[in-house]
Design a protein around this ligand. Structure first.
Ligand code: MN
Length: 230
């Protein structure tokens, strides 16, 4: 094996609930507009689109309980409560019926978004990378293994509070494209690999958070992530 000319980057990873072991993260994919009411609140028609995807770098991950600085280059930082899917077995062109067999576990997450930069990117037909993939933008809770807890039911509630006040509340069954369909679509665009995470979209009710706010995302059976903005 050859030497690297600079120190190799650290392997990004997320904690696994109930153990000291960690899940190594390869890539982070995110689904846009996967809850109808959220698509409408952003000015889109939820009935007309197949799922689409964007990405965040793996080293944008933020742990389950963290205080982060208010990010640079924005005056409109938004929370987005999301179910995070961790891929344990890779594959391409995965059939919906086999998709859940590729999932290692799940977590509660928060797809932090510089909404003003996203609006600018949309209006100028530019990419979303700097709106979505900035440092510390991918909040991910402890992963709960499918082997211990199974798959979360459609009735599971996903909730986001800011300073204790409920801002988002839906069930996972409200997703336009459920997890098997997301995996089927995404694996026809790229070959999924072990270590990939998929953020599955956010319900209606997104809004701004500012310095001093405490944003908490919880999903039945998967615990919570609590992010404090310094
Ligand atoms: Mn999102």
């Amino acid at each position: 094996m050859s030497d690297f000319v600079i120190p190799a980057p650290l392997q990004a990873s997320v904690a696994v609930a109930g153990t000291d072991a960690r899940f190594p993260v390869r890539r982070i994919f995110c689904v846009g507009r996967n809850y109808a009411e959220h698509a409408r609140e952003m000015g889109n028609d939820p009935d007309r689109e197949p799922p689409f995807f964007f990405t965040k770098p793996a080293d944008a991950l933020v742990a389950a309980t963290a205080t982060i600085p208010y990010p640079p280059a924005t005056e409109n930082l938004h929370f987005e409560a999301e179910l995070v899917v961790a891929i344990g077995k890779g594959g391409k062109a995965i059939d919906e019926g086999a998709a859940l067999g590729h999932v290692w576990g799940y977590a509660a997450g928060n797809d932090l978004t510089r909404r003003d930069l996203q609006a600018e990117a949309k209006s100028l037909r530019r990419p979303w990378d700097m709106a979505k993939g900035f440092d510390l933008s991918a909040v991910c809770g402890e992963l709960v293994a499918v082997s211990s807890a199974g798959h979360p039911p459609a009735s599971a509630t996903i909730t986001c509070t800011v300073n204790g006040e409920t801002r988002q509340s839906a069930t996972l069954g409200d997703m336009i494209w459920p997890v098997p369909a997301i995996i089927a679509y995404l694996s026809r665009l790229v070959e999924l690999q072990p270590g990939d995470l998929i953020y599955t979209g956010t319900p209606a009710g997104v809004g701004a958070i500012k310095a001093g706010d405490v944003c908490r995302v919880s999903i039945d059976g998967l615990g919570a992530v609590t992010t404090t903005i310094a």
